[in-house]
Design a protein around this ligand. Structure first.
Ligand code: GDP
Length: 426
């Protein structure tokens, strides 16, 4: 049974956490391959409610190994707190967790540098989560990163920190921030690393063994495809590769192992921070979506921008990721609406032709108008339903239309936050 990749098909927060948690029940290994603690996956199951940022979502399946691949960047404080919270819920992790020593570490200067750039951008700010993701990935690609490997040798760490702070402290001082002391930072990070040392071990071998043995391997993407650093709404995006292909480089899994790509999409759209969002609703319907969907950021607590489902963008992300099936989440959020809309394409200014997401950049996307199709609402609660045939006819028609427009079948419909609140479609 080769690998399944789960990716967000929108701007993140698609409820990947719930989905991976439920798919993990039958997995032997669950791995993260991208992003850092800017992710925030909510999981509600028999062990409790968890907001996990770094630990792979197989933690609630006691038989599953959890791997953090080298494509992930680590905030060590977040990681240690998260491990402690999970273990306090009677879920032992120490035997099951494998963290690649190739992972880059978020150092204290990374969020500070990010803050300086955000301030300099003023009203054009990216609206980042403030976790230092951009600077840590920038240091990675420019050969200035600090990896867990470096924390295994105090003298190596100290020398690398000395070089980094020679440059970074000048920037911090120029913007009236307090400079950092190499020895102090090194001592702090070496102490954090000591607590993690037993689980810092390259997971490449266990991942390959599991694939060879035909075990179920689940690869868990963070953020969403429209936040991908290359294909997303740059620069209003994230620093990592959020696409299914990111699992290959971020974990060391060859493309031929990936058999199933599950794209997770809400029945509407949300996004956090700045950047284009053609279907955003600034009216009372947007407010209903925010309230019913509890659309407030897991990491930042910020109210999320809400709007109708954007099937133009969804079709694009399905193509981009090779999505083989869709999980349509939060259908229940639409339960009270008398009518629901789906954006089927865009119209660029002064053009009568349909325009596509991929035709232009973020500035261009700000100018396009969504073309909507309106469907009747169902105005009945769906949360208690477990069979597709039991959904109201209008809800079934909505699901049907989503899969037609996306060009991919919907195999899971989620109608509530808990692990079992899903409808599987054969
Ligand atoms: P992720 O980052 O993609 O895992 O998504 P988040 O955890 O940021 O956001 C998903 C939110 O929706 C969480 O609060 C979940 O508990 C909740 N949720 C997940 N599935 C459903 C669903 O089908 N219906 C409703 N109403 N809430 C859901």
């Amino acid at each position: 049974m080769p690998a399944t990749v789960v990716i967000g098909a929108q701007w993140g927060d698609e409820a990947k956490g719930k989905l991976v948690d439920s798919l993990a029940e039958s997995a032997s290994l669950v791995a993260r391959f991208n992003g850092g603690d800017n992710a925030g996956h909510t999981v509600i199951n028999a062990y409790g409610t968890f907001k996990v940022r770094l630990v792979p979502n197989g933690f609630s399946t006691p038989g599953a190994l959890c791997a953090i691949g080298p494509g992930v960047v680590l905030n060590l404080n977040t990681l240690l707190q998260e491990i402690a919270t999970i273990e306090a819920s009677d879920l032992a992790l120490s035997e099951r967790l494998w963290i690649s020593p190739r992972c880059h570490v978020v150092m204290p200067y990374h969020p500070l540098v990010e803050g300086i750039y955000e301030a300099a951008k003023g009203t054009g700010r990216t609206g980042t989560t403030g976790r230092g993701m951009g600077p840590v990935y920038a240091d990675k690609v420019s050969y200035n990163g600090i990896r867990l490997y470096d924390l295994q040798q105090p003298e190596v760490l100290l020398e690398k920190l000395r070089i980094q702070l020679e440059v970074k402290n000048r920037l911090l001082q120029a913007f009236e921030a307090v400079p950092l002391q190499a020895k102090q930072v090194a001592d702090e990070y070496l102490a954090l690393f000591e607590r993690l040392r037993p689980v810092v071990r390259e997971p490449f071998g266990i991942v390959q063994d599991a694939l060879q043995a035909g075990k179920q391997v689940l690869l868990e993407g963070a953020q969403g495809s429209l936040l991908d650093n290359t294909w997303g709404t740059y620069p209003f995006c994230t620093a990592s590769d959020t696409l299914s292909g990111g699992a290959c480089s971020g974990l060391g899994v060859a493309p031929r192992w990936i058999e199933r790509v599950v794209g997770v999409t809400k029945a509407y759209t949300s996004r956090v921070g700045a950047g284009p969002m053609p279907t955003e609703l600034l009216d009372s319907t947007g407010e209903v979506l925010r309230k019913e969907g509890q659309e407030y950021g897991t990491v930042t607590g910020r109210p999320r921008r809400c709007g109708w489902l954007d099937a133009e963008a969804l079709r694009f992300t399905c193509q981009l990721n090779g999505v083989s099936e869709l999980a349509l989440t939060k259908l229940d959020v639409l339960d009270t609406l008398p009518a629901v809309k789906i954006c089927t394409s865009y119209r660029a200014p002064a053009s009568s032709q349909p325009a596509h997401y991929w035709e232009g950049n973020s500035a261009w996307l700000e100018t396009v108008q969504p073309v909507y199709e309106e469907l009747p609402g169902w105005q009945q609660p769906t949360r208690q339903l477990r069979e597709f045939g039991d959904l109201p006819a209008n809800a079934r028609a909505f699901v049907q239309r989503v899969q037609e427009l996306a060009g991919v079948k919907v195999s899971i419909v989620s109608v509530g936050p808990e692990r079992n609140e899903s409808i599987l479609i054969q």
